[in-house]
Design a binder for this molecule. Sequence first.
Ligand SMILES: Cc1ncc(COP(=O)(O)O)c(C=O)c1O
Length: 373
Amino acid sequence: MQIPFVDLKTQYQTIRKDINKAISTVINTSQFIQGEETKRFEEEFGKYISTKYCLGVNSGTDALILGIRALGLPSGSEIIVPANTFIATALAVSENDLKPVFVDIDETDYGMELSDLKRKITSRTRAVIAVHLYGQPEKLDEIKKIIKKSKQKIYLIEDACQAHGAFYKTKLVGNFGIFAAFSFYPGKNLGAYGDGGAIVTNDKKIAEKVKFLREYGQKKKYYHITVGVNSRLDSLQAAILKVKLKHLDKWNGKRQEIAKIYSTLLDKLSPHILYTPKIFKDRQSVFHLYVVRVKKRDGLLKYLQENGIQALIHYPTPLHLQKTYSFLGYKKGDLPIVEGVAEQIISLPIFPDLTKKQIKYIVKKIADFYEKN
Ligand SMILES: Cc1ncc(COP(=O)(O)O)c(C=O)c1O
């Protein structure tokens, strides 16, 4: 059996008619940039998340870059970033000539380790990025409490690039910071057929700034007020996303069911070989990724791949040890929890159309591996 990590072809077959219609509508109107479809998707996604403003941009990375730029932070500012995230979270800080400060992680939810967060706040800290990694909402109340206790003006930013539709208590993630960034990279829970992203915010000033930053710094066509970029969500992607948004909750529900099946089956294997994701009552994961911690990780990964199962690692090297950030002077041992976790984690295939038969095959192969090793 061959099991891909994500199967977008099968998903397309389930929505083919609507997608094809949406694409041909855009082509027929030929409004490819900043057309009606983009405006409508922005309205619908903003309404879905429940924020006042939603601005489409070119990618999740750009959503973070432009959102941070709109904050207008002074040079020398530090922004706190968890060490286990996709590098784009930190690149968005560096791209604004600001300093990312890495925090160790909590091995129960793979979010930030709160005592390390407290330790890393300095007089130069201006923002903390809460990353809802793997679709699991961060400990937002606790993070907010730490920020408040510092008695400094520190913004909370949400990197929700992996968590479309995830609930923190009674609200969807995206509602808790000065702004939140979403990615519509194809493999995401809500994915386009190319690059795409959005900033959502309730802050009028941030929304207005991002509006001109994403379009060459112009407030009116050909009248430029600041150094901007070209970063827009195009109409074809917006039209596709509009179709897919209608299915998002159902697809997230399927991911949650799949995670439950995985965990039930995997928890039956010998204890202490494998740790399945912890379920939290008041913060519901949408399982963008299904990540387990295992013994003999590299051997298992190889064995699964040899058996046609495309498992991956998110992420193999913590950010403080990436070559990109060697200039910051971190060394091995500085963030011990994330360094240990990075050697144990493995992401098993998960997508809404993954069948029970496929899940059982994956679990059987995992059991086989530990019987032999
Ligand atoms: C946590 C996180 N932040 C930021 C990004 C960047 O999004 P994009 O790939 O759309 O630029 C991603 C995408 O993989 C992500 O997973």
